[in-house]
Design a protein. Sequence first.
Length: 228
Amino acid sequence: MSEGFVRVVDIFDEVSDDLRAERTTKFLRRYGSLMLLAAGLVLLGVAGYQGYIYWQAKQNQQAAAGYLAITTKIDQAGSTLTDAERASDAAGLVNFAAHAPAGYATLARLRAAALFADAGQLDKADAQWDAVSSNGQAGPLMRDLATLLWAQHALGIAPDATVLAKLSPLMVPANPWHALAQETAALADIKSGDINGAKMLLNGIVTDNTAPAGVRDRADGLLAQLNG
């Protein structure tokens, strides 16, 4: 095995670990409230409309309180959680999701998947990401996020071709997750030995003004390592 190949594998391991370290919880804390817009209103006629609005508000209020109670406990424990506790909290979130309105159920499943993954139970994490990505009520933004998170954790575990196939629909410029999907695809290319393909994707990220600054910076740094 050549020294160059070993260096590329080391780069892959380092960057993919860093990518996984960007915890799903950060995203959920920042953007979770967007899920409140996802449910939409079903017009039931003038007579029943106000009753439906009241019922829906009550359901969302109860779900919000339940979700906050569970996640506050998890956040307060932070890094002191053991793997067994993470798995137990994840199971609690899955149980909550089974009875919660669509928006909060989606948030709970994504948080549960992150906890299962951190606890080393990737099969259970995969089940939650799949539950979101295949759920039409979750909305395209959250479905694609679940696919992206699965791909990030599948790097080096699932076949590279499978990861790339899952990411392909997310990599189009119109997709809100395209830059992160391209970054993850570049790492899969590095893993498979397609360095030129990885460089092409990374160059595209660096020159993409719509990509988040942090993603552009990581792509630029990875390019420098590949070209060094």
